[in-house]
Design a protein around this ligand. Structure first.
Ligand code: CMP
Length: 134
């Protein structure tokens, strides 16, 4: 598999619980390299745009309120098959369905406050990386 880049966010619930280092340790242990990193608080405008794909879902406004509730850490990760490697490491969106050892199994509080985000495809990785690191 080729070297890929993917976009990761450590979300407000994890930042608030002092889990930035623990999550990056797992990222690095899984052979993903942090190429860029920034900490920011998303505006409502930016959160709505980032999650525009979910605009018609019933959880959209709850998601926007949550994602603007505190700081996030945004990471550009690189590695062999990085998109799927990072998605496997995150685990299922709903932490009760996440496998042992995944970030969400370890740390997520519920389906919204699920600690991390990761790009779901090469196309979206390009869009999401551009969103934060253009
Ligand atoms: P993420 O991987 O960042 O992509 C979209 C986010 O929407 C997801 O993580 C969750 O934070 C949130 N989300 C997805 N599905 C639901 C749901 N059924 N209920 C509440 N929040 C959800």
């Amino acid at each position: 598999m080729a070297i890929q880049q993917t976009l990761s966010m450590i979300k407000p619930d994890a930042v608030q619980r002092n889990l930035i280092g623990s999550i990056i340790t797992l990222v690095e242990a899984n052979h993903l390299v942090v190429k860029k990193m920034t900490m920011t608080k998303l505006s409502t405008h930016d959160a709505k745009e980032f999650y525009i794909i979910h605009k018609d879902r019933d959880f959209y406004s709850k998601l926007i309120d949550y994602m603007t509730s505190g700081q996030v850490v945004v990471l550009l990760l690189e590695g062999n098959n990085a998109i799927n490697v990072y998605r496997d490491l995150m685990g299922s969106t709903n932490p009760t369905e996440a496998k042992e050892g995944t970030i969400r199994k370890l740390y997520a509080e519920d389906t919204t406050r699920n600690s991390v985000h990761g790009s779901d495809s090469p196309e979206n990785a390009i869009i999401e990386i551009d969103f934060f690191f253009k």
